[in-house]
Design a protein around this ligand. Structure first.
Ligand code: BGC
Length: 797
């Protein structure tokens, strides 16, 4: 098996959407699904092009109500490339041919998508066509396609059509099709003096301009052919037609190069001018490809995780790293964008940014920390919007939205469609205030990995302070309990957005939220001590914080209420113990796939609110985010007895009551199993690895990959199996590999030094490469090793 190539043979219309999502090519600036160049959006194909931060809002009327949604826009389709033989009515389509051979290959090492096609058309003409495509990782504005065309048993005149199509809409998710999906208007299109075509569109509300320019060259046996060229403009699109003679068994090569710019780019005058200029440079496909492959090889040097494990695990892990880097890369730095939960690979969740960053940032922290910094600044720049949201609710500080897009407004939908019942139902998932805790946790993790005090001084601690202030202001004092409470929120488990039969949305005292809020308040106080007296004084003055406020945070952090059921089992929220047990095996028998139990029960006229059944890890998140030492300390601060021996019981309790209706949940499941050293850890890890590849949710991957889960599997290798943790300025290792993993090699950038870590079942070799930072320390049990560039250390375990 080739561990660098994702391969598909034969056509499979039912699987095409999935292939398109998994074969998406991108560079962290824009990405385009792996749809065939000759296809258009229909029931099988969906060519989509998405831009980091490329959002637009439109209004729709649903059930008599006007609602506004913000979507990651599907920008013009630049892929368009097709041909027809003179005299034929129809343009090329594999669906109309007898296909002798079809093979599609995503070369993950090189970032290139190839399709090999050998077919016989209805007039018995046999043709070979190989398409090669890239979205440049070297020059973020460029993409290219090369067609190697050979007529096997015929000669004749053909017409090649290259198109830039701005008539596209956001139609990638069936459930959203009832909504207004027209985001683009065409501003300008035409042909340049050099013979390239161009298209300028603008989004209807956010008024982002996107310009594309494309240029084709045709070669016969390496010689440039001066094919007859004609440009045609239609509403919303522009095409170029090249007429030429092809000769039996003589190779014809078509190269299409495309430039894409938008009005949010830096260092530009006007996107159309830039696109036209870039395409006029007429760089050859070979040069473009060479530089692109080099850029990928530089990335792989940092990001590859080489490990020996059964089945296609190595390949799938690389696929996940590949898609992570296509969604956010060096080109994302400084762009004022966050990471969409579904990548730049489809339209599910409208390209919004959730708490999934919690699962994504750890892999970036240790490889391109500047990227995490930039992604955290996306939140910082929306601090005012978050302040406004808090104050609108009568609260203090900053309340970041559950779903975020362009300007930090709450982008969660008010109603959503249950495909099981066909009904629009209210969506209260926006009450997941814990997204703020994830932001705070990410800030802290970034700092631990990088020791970037200047980030903390100027951005990080200000965000922590405002989030802490928000949490302090949503807590209320309960006299009877003599504890603080957080009421009417939603935890990570989206099944429980309200109590059974309740009129009001939200549940009380979600354990995950309360424990993390306590962690936040205490760490914010620690954060203030990190940044030096003068900056601390400045911030306290700027935000108008008084001593009493800081004291109250300390007090709240010690007295938040955490509900328990019995025998040390943490209750997911207050009142959870009153819910009824769910008939897991009965429903599994009846429905087979019960991941989305909420929809099944709704369609049956029942409600998941009544049951002890979670969509995803909730209490379990505590064991995912914290080591047992940290948890004991955190519960100790809260005045609760919590012993490490209680952890396995809690894990067992919730694992058996969780449907894993979110792919994130599988990561947490695998993680807690692995840390508890259980044999099923490998099995759970494998499930998480295969979840998008096998589309285990039955259709959702076609609408966009699940980036949190993909990056989560990378982090499983990075931190979970290795026990890697940065605490108090020390890099701790505590490896515990499942027996299925024989060895693992990874690179780590830790506080200015590149480390190569080679793990084997019983030992670990650590090489410190270039770097000019002061020595840092690695600890394994009671062994302490200084990291010094040029030195190699060996740990036996
Ligand atoms: C999950 C959320 C997640 C979102 C985006 C939902 O299905 O329940 O936890 O943030 O998907 O990935």
């Amino acid at each position: 098996m080739n561990n660098w190539k994702l391969e598909y043979t034969g056509l499979n219309p039912a699987q095409e959407g999935l292939r398109e999502a998994l074969c998406t090519l991108g560079n962290g600036y824009f990405a385009t699904r792996g749809a065939a160049e000759e296809s258009e959006a229909d029931e099988v194909h969906y060519p989509g092009t998405y831009l980091a931060g490329g959002y637009n809002r439109v209004k729709s009327t649903i059930a008599g109500k006007v609602i506004e949604n913000e979507d990651l826009v599907n920008w013009p389709n630049w892929l368009g490339l097709s041909f027809k033989v003179e005299g034929d009515k129809d343009w090329f389509s594999l669906e109309r041919c007898r296909v002798i051979h079809y093979r599609q290959e995503l070369d993950i090492a090189q970032g290139v998508l190839r399709r090999e096609m050998h077919f016989v058309d209805p007039k018995n003409r046999e043709t070979n066509l190989v398409s090669t495509r890239l979205v440049s990782m070297d020059n973020l504005h460029l993409a290219a396609i090369r067609w190697d065309f050979k007529a096997s048993n015929w000669s004749g005149s053909i017409c090649i059509r290259s198109t830039l199509d701005g008539t596209v809409k956001n139609e990638g998710v069936k459930r959203y099709r009832e909504l207004n999906n027209q985001h683009l208007k065409t501003i300008e299109r035409g042909e340049t003096e050099e013979g390239a075509i161009y298209l300028l569109v603008q989004s209807t509300q956010s008024r982002i301009f996107v310009a594309q320019a494309a240029f084709c060259q045709v070669f016969e046996e390496d010689m440039l052919v001066s094919a007859k060229r004609k440009t045609k403009q239609e509403a919303g699109k522009v095409s170029q037609y090249y007429t030429l003679d092809v000769h039996q068994q003589k190779a014809v090569i078509v190269e299409k190069k495309v430039a894409l710019f938008n009005s949010r780019d830096q260092a530009i005058s006007d996107p159309l001018l830039e696109a036209r200029q870039a395409i006029a440079e007429k760089v050859s496909f070979t040069t473009l490809e060479k530089k692109h492959v080099q850029a990928w090889s530089r990335l792989w040097k940092r990001f590859d995780f080489a490990f020996s494990a059964p089945e296609n695990s190595q390949l799938l892990l690389r696929l996940h790293i590949f898609h992570l880097l296509q969604t956010c890369s060096m080109h994302t730095i400084g762009r004022d964008v966050g990471v969409p939960a579904r990548g730049l690979h489809g339209e599910a969740y409208r390209g919004h940014i959730f708490w999934d960053e919690l699962f994504i940032f750890p892999s970036l922290n240790f490889r391109i920390p500047d990227l995490t910094r930039s992604l955290l600044l996306y939140r910082y720049h929306r601090l005012n919007a978050a302040r406004r949201m808090a104050s609108k609710e009568g609260l203090r500080g900053a309340m970041f939205p559950w779903q975020s897009g362009s300007n930090g407004r709450e982008e969660s939908q008010v109603v959503h469609l249950n495909p099981e019942s066909g009904e629009w139902v209210p969506d209260n998932t926006y009450l997941q205030r814990h997204v703020n805790l994830a932001i705070a946790y990410n800030i802290w993790q970034y700092y631990e990995a990088t020791a970037d005090t200047s980030f903390m001084k100027f951005y990080g601690v200000e965000m922590l302070l405002e989030i802490a202030r928000f949490f302090a202001s949503i807590t209320t004092w309960n006299k009877n309990k003599e504890r603080y409470e957080i009421l009417k929120v939603v935890g990570p488990d989206e099944f429980h957005t309200a109590y059974p039969e309740a009129d009001q949305a939200g549940i009380d005292n979600n354990a995950y939220t309360n424990v993390l809020a306590s962690w936040l308040l205490s760490h914010t106080l620690n954060g203030l001590e990190l940044i030096g007296e003068s900056r601390k004084t400045e911030l306290i003055q700027k935000l108008g914080i008084d001593k009493g406020e800081l004291q109250s945070w300390d007090e709240i952090s010690r007295k938040l209420f955490v509900p328990f059921i019995e025998h040390g089992i943490i209750a997911q929220f207050e009142g959870y113990d009153q819910l009824i047990e769910f008939d897991w095996s009965g429903y599994r028998k009846k429905y087979n796939n019960i991941q989305r139990l909420d929809r099944i029960l709704d369609a049956e006229g029942d409600s998941v609110h009544r049951y002890k059944a979670s969509k995803q890890a909730d209490v379990l998140m505590l064991f995912y985010l914290f080591s047992s030492e940290e948890l004991v300390e955190q519960f100790g601060r809260l005045g609760y007895d919590f012993a490490p021996s209680q952890i396995p019981e809690n894990i067992d309790y919730y694992l058996s009551r969780t449907s894993d209706g979110s792919t994130l949940s599988r990561i947490v499941r695998a993680w807690v199993e692995a840390r508890a050293d259980r044999d099923c850890a490998w099995h759970c890890f494998r499930q998480a690895l295969a979840s998008d590849f096998e589309d285990i949710q039955g259709g959702t991957t076609a609408e966009g990959i699940h980036l949190g889960s993909m990056a989560g599997t990378v982090d499983m290798l990075q931190r979970c199996f290795t026990g890697l943790e940065v605490r108090n300025d020390v890099l701790w290792l505590n490896p515990r590999f499942p027996k299925e993993i024989d060895s693992l090699k990874m690179q780590l950038y830790y506080r200015g030094v590149w480390l190569t870590l080679n793990f084997y079942q019983q030992k670990c070799k650590i090489e410190a490469k270039d770097g000019n930072s002061p020595p840092a320390t690695i600890r394994f049990k009671d062994q302490e090793l200084p990291i010094q560039p040029g030195k190699t250390e060996l740990i036996n375990f």
